[in-house]
Design a protein around this ligand. Structure first.
Ligand code: PMP
Length: 291
């Protein structure tokens, strides 16, 4: 079935939705984006995603020519146009067409793109068996160079780490910050469980403040699980009772091997499974209705 893509106020068939080769999103990764999910006819945490998108845009002085409310309506309209109830939505704002120089002032028209597609997930069995991951030697960007709180179109830092995972036959790569503390994965946040407590790197270190991460923290607290946002080193990963990743696309997915060390019992742990279940229940309950 032909897919409709929103491009600057128009809905175009997928093959006709095209961007200039002079677009600075393409030439320089100059732009911002969000990945959003819709479950059973409702868009999960849409306002939070839009807020993060506007914050990312603000940080790079990119003026989004629509209000948050207008952009929300466009997202919903794109889903309706594609007849989707369960979907992955990619919302992209690029700096727009300019010349071959870097100067953003030469790009007067930011491009707004909304793609709504079916979600491709990790296979079901991995949600039981867990992922094998490695720690990448590529460190997470430092904020004084490029703050990773900006969800920008430039993901090379993450891709370099992902390449390391690929080379080692692992599903994902854990990235450390410059000081050697665990930061996050290439497209997901990370949690460990130790002695019944849930621990995740604090939001002030080099992580994207994941919306799923916030949901997980909220769910854990509601289940009376103690949550600590605290820096830790790979030692804590290797010796954890449970480990899992969180992200919009992956949701909550267990990690059962890190650099060859088996985590816990080598399958999804008890707290991980509880949070996975609670998370799925929440996605069915909450969200902005599409229809
Ligand atoms: N870290 C990075 C680097 C990411 O790209 C993502 C996915 N957007 C996340 C964490 C998870 O964030 P969220 O839960 O908001 O999808």
């Amino acid at each position: 079935m032909e897919q409709w893509v929103y491009l600057n106020g128009e809905y175009l068939p997928q093959r006709e939705a095209k961007i200039s080769v002079f677009d600075h999103g393409f030439l320089y990764g100059d732009g911002v984006f969000e990945g959003i999910r819709a479950y059973e006819g409702k868009v999960f945490k849409l306002k939070e995603h839009l807020q993060r998108l506007f914050n990312s845009a603000k940080a790079i002085s990119l003026n989004i020519p629509l209000s948050q409310q207008e952009l929300q309506e466009k997202v919903l309209e794109t889903l309706r146009k594609n007849n989707l109830k369960n979907a992955y939505i990619r919302l992209v704002i690029s700096r727009g067409e300019g010349d071959l120089g870097l100067d953003p002032r030469k790009c007067p028209h930011p491009q707004i793109i909304i793609i709504a597609d079916k979600i491709i997930l990790y296979p079901d069995e991995l949600y039981e068996k867990g992922l094998e991951v490695v720690i990448a030697s590529t460190r997470r960007n430092i904020p004084s160079a490029l703050d990773v709180k900006i969800k920008s179109l430039n993901y090379l830092n993450n891709i370099l780490a992902k390449l390391e995972a690929n080379l080692k036959g692992a599903s994902e790569a854990i990235m450390l910050n410059q000081d050697g503390y665990v930061a996050e994965c290439t497209g997901d946040n990370i949690f460990i469980v130790k002695g019944g407590e849930l621990i995740t790197p604090p939001s002030w270190i080099e992580i994207l403040k994941g919306i799923t991460r916030d949901v997980v923290i909220g769910l854990a607290k509601r289940e009376r699980i103690r949550v600590r946002e605290e820096s830790f080193t790979p030692f804590s990963l290797y010796t954890s009772d449970e480990c899992f990743l969180s992200g919009t696309a992956a949701e909550i997915i267990p990690v059962t091997k890190i650099d060859g060390r088996v985590i816990g019992e080598g399958k999804a742990g008890k707290i991980t499974r509880l949070l996975m279940r609670k998370f799925r229940q929440l996605t069915k309950k909450e969200g902005v209705p599409i229809y």
